[in-house]
Design a protein around this ligand. Sequence first.
Ligand SMILES: NC(=O)c1ccc[n+]([C@@H]2O[C@H](COP(=O)([O-])OP(=O)(O)OC[C@H]3O[C@@H](n4cnc5c(N)ncnc54)[C@H](OP(=O)(O)O)[C@@H]3O)[C@@H](O)[C@H]2O)c1
Length: 257
Amino acid sequence: MRPEHPIVLITGASAGFGEATARLLAGQGCHLILGARRLERVQALAKELAAKHGVRTFAGAVDTRDTASVNAFVAAGAVALGGLHVVVANAGLASGLHKLWEIPDEDMEAMLRTNVEGVVKTIRAALPEVRQSGWGHIFFIGSTAGHATYEGGGVYCASKHGVKALAQTLRLELCGEPIRVTSVDPGMAETEFSLVRLKDEAKAKALYTGIEALQGADIAECIRWAMTLPDHVNIDELIVKSRDQASHTMARVNRRG
Ligand SMILES: NC(=O)c1ccc[n+]([C@@H]2O[C@H](COP(=O)([O-])OP(=O)(O)OC[C@H]3O[C@@H](n4cnc5c(N)ncnc54)[C@H](OP(=O)(O)O)[C@@H]3O)[C@@H](O)[C@H]2O)c1
């Protein structure tokens, strides 16, 4: 049942964890359906990985907040590559660091619509294709923000607590089907995440100064590992932090200098 070269769909493949996962899995012979809003980035990545690893790739523009956009992207990708086995519902963001009574609607909606609704929309569109393939794996990208809260992070933390609830629910709902469900929940990782959140390059960079933070490739490796375990082994939840981050928030971080 398990394909030798699984077809993997990744949302948010234009940067960070999504891009790193595409790079690692292409090297393992996976065929890739790559989506993000920045189409030129996913197109360039798809072209590069197809040439380098000889895998088949499809790149599409997708805004995971939008049902029609998600449905069209998933359908086009599955048709182009002839099926779908693995979904990495990775697209997400934090927007600002606002106290609950200060948060603008724009930031609140960006996080809830992308991190919660976008993940549901992606999986809802992809699951019929995965079922038809007869073997599959659904990955959620949660966060340590789904396991703790911090000041200024109320809505982001609520969205990632929501992702945890979605992952646990889908695990129950798919029990008995040949589809595994895993949530990979990272701590602080050096991607474009903080730049998107703070909209300030210097402030974003300073967050990672003096610590050895997780990189995109570290999370990609967690996904590869969970996916390549024998079929009867399901990693439900993986909390992954750098050695320098002992708490789920920034409360206990080993910062040098
Ligand atoms: N970095 C961390 O410290 C950290 C820790 C724990 C969890 N996470 C989670 O990990 C996931 C990936 O984040 P990252 O760290 O890799 O950040 P990143 O480097 O900023 O990448 C985020 C990706 O999501 C895509 N995206 C955002 N909104 C989207 C939308 N509406 N539709 C489609 N794609 C969208 C972006 O592409 P476009 O802008 O091109 O659309 C980009 O490819 C997120 O769910 C995030 O919450 C990150």
